[in-house]
Design a protein around this ligand. Sequence first.
Ligand code: MN
Length: 244
Amino acid sequence: MRPRIGITSWLRDDSDGLERWAAVRDTYAGAIRTAGGLPVVLPVADGDPGVIAEYLGAVEGLLLPGGGDVAPAYYGEARDERCEEPDRERDFFEIHLARAALEGRTPILGICRGLQVLNVVGGGTLYQDVACRPGTSPQHAASREDRRKPIHPVHILPGTRLHAIMGVSESLVTSTHHQFVKDLAPGFRITAESPEDGAVEGIENPAHPFLVAVQWHPERMYQDHPEHLALFRALVAAAKEMRG
Ligand code: MN
């Protein structure tokens, strides 16, 4: 049996507004399948700790995908006008699920917003917009049309789990984010940086069995770049190991 990897979704309005979809980009599911895992979509739940515990019990690993901005209230800040209007249901669900996965030691891969969720859950903070971080290259926020295009380099730090997984020290990556790690969560470490401006591009928690997160989008690169497929393979391998 393939290890089951839960992928969080968000609620997207139907065109007539009468119903909502549990939405998740299929590229994430494709990456998990290609890496040998079984993708399982997790519809947004209301934060009931019992339901969240059962979601985690139904999977061996978790993928927190990209998306909109986390509500700054979760890291104790007022919302800047350049920060997007939060999706309260998704925030509540993902924050509680990620916290349970962090404490329950479920293997977890965070991508883009997923990295930001994990830093916040761990007790860190974010820059709410590129303009809040002076000297940051505008390249991080590629246009929608350019979202599959490797656009800026990252330096992957030696000695990190990320470096062991990817097996490279430099990579050119996709980038569609306008927020950044400000204060790193206690106990986490930085695993990748943008060499141009020092922006954090990867974090991990070495005390956790597998908590790895990147600010770029490996699900848009895995088909042509094996070092990015390796991230999904590593998650699936950790999930398999947890199952025993
Ligand atoms: Mn970037």
